[in-house]
Design a protein around this ligand. Structure first.
Ligand SMILES: Nc1ncnc2c1ncn2[C@@H]1O[C@H](COP(=O)(O)OP(=O)(O)OP(=O)(O)O)[C@@H](O)[C@H]1O
Ligand SMILES: [Mg+2]
Length: 361
């Protein structure tokens, strides 16, 4: 074979390996790097490696992850000492990212495991795929819950209306000195509480009629909700910062969107509590979307609660204080307008809820 042909072949092989988006590296059984592709090099530079490609004499975990010791669940050694490819999932490589890692045993020209225990390691970033799956599962779960909750609430609504109406009727005719008067008041109060919950559930399950929507300015709705909340903000010593440039036109029902913003602002006020803080609202219009963010400097949300906050009845408020329906109702309203609601939160620092709706005009 002539040398130029071999060089050309080598160049083609490297070009092919470099075209692969996933990081690839060949290492020996002691984790020393022999060769990498571009994606591995790019990632390593991000992780703090200084030179682009000269990783020889370095170990994969030093370069790729910036560690002093092998990653905890690494199975490269198992692959290097055997004939079987290994595969595992790891969250310890980079912050908040999930990788599927495969260690392929390198074969020699006879189809046998390489005597030097060389292994090709392939890293596949699963983070976005997992997030998409979780989001789908979340919206499926909420759709099923909505149907169930709507059915139950509908059934309870009529007998409840009866309990309330009859107790109020009897109360009107009863002497307030009657020994049963206060018991009846208790029944009336309890029925009123149930009514709030049932109305919330119906709100969560209800599909709005198309005729109830029109072009509305989201920023204006938010401003009028903030005016409503102003006394509560003052009482809790909360400063308000607002940046709502221009108009945020969407197709929606202004009453429903007011309800969403009131839920978000009430939650933010509650998260800040008695010690004072800041709520900032921000609007943004892109070519296709209108975004509104409500940010607070409150207690924040624990990571293990983040997946549950949109579930009906999930609340961390004391019994009797919150129904846990505010966010689930808001979620179902926004879904009806083909929008989404995102949350970013850091415990101890605060939270930011962003409502995204398709732009109306
Ligand atoms: N801005 C926020 N900061 C911190 N936690 C929040 C925030 N918004 C919501 N949460 C968490 O999500 C939970 C659910 O919120 P949601 O609005 O659905 O119900 P709730 O506020 O508890 O009750 P309700 O809205 O019926 O008064 C809250 O109990 C709280 O734990
Ligand atoms: Mg709430």
């Amino acid at each position: 074979m002539n040398i130029e042909f071999v060089e050309e072949l080598k160049r083609q092989w490297m070009a092919m390996i470099d075209a692969i988006d996933d990081p690839l590296v060949i290492i020996d059984k002691n984790y020393y790097i022999l060769r990498t592709n571009w994606a591995f090099a790019r990632n390593s530079i991000r992780a703090g490696a200084s030179s682009i490609r000269d990783f020889r004499g370095k170990r994969c975990y030093e370069i790729f992850v910036g560690r002093d010791t092998p990653c905890e669940h690494c199975r490269v050694r198992d692959a290097a000492s055997g004939t079987i490819n290994e595969q595992w999932v790891s969250r310890e490589l980079f912050n908040d990212r999930e990788y599927e890692i495969r260690a392929h045993v390198l074969m020699n020209e006879h189809g046998l495991p390489d005597a030097n225990g060389h292994v090709v390691v392939h890293y596949r970033d699963l983070t976005e795929q997992k997030m998409l799956q979780e989001r789908l599962a979340q919206s499926d779960k909420l759709a099923a819950l909505g149907k169930l909750a709507g059915g139950v609430a509908h059934e309870i609504n009529s007998p409840l209306a009866g309990i309330l109406a009859f107790s109020q009727m009897v109360l009107k005719e009863m002497d307030s000195e009657d020994p049963h008067f206060s018991d009846l008041r208790e029944i009336e109060d309890a029925a009123k509480k149930c009514k709030v919950i049932v109305e919330g559930l119906l709100g969560f399950a209800r599909q709005e009629r198309v005729s109830d929507v029109c072009e509305v300015n989201l920023f204006e709705i938010l401003e009028s909700t903030l005016r409503l909340a102003a006394p509560l903000l003052r009482k809790n010593r909360i400063d308000l910062e607002s940046n709502l440039p221009g108009r945020g036109i969407v197709i929606a029902n202004s009453g429903k969107m007011g309800q969403v913003f009131l839920n978000l602002i009430t939650n933010a006020i509650h998260a800040i509590g008695q010690s004072g803080g800041v709520i900032s609202v921000e609007g943004e219009t892109t070519d296709t979307e209108v975004l509104v963010t409500v940010r607070d400097t409150g207690v924040g949300i624990e990571p293990h609660h983040l997946k549950k906050i949109f579930d009906p009845f999930f609340t961390t408020k004391p019994i009797g204080e919150g129904t846990g329906l505010g966010l689930s109702v808001s979620y179902s309203i926004i879904k009806q307008y083909d929008g989404s609601i995102r949350v970013v939160s850091t415990p101890g620092l605060g939270s930011a809820f962003t409502v995204v709706l398709p732009r109306g005009s």
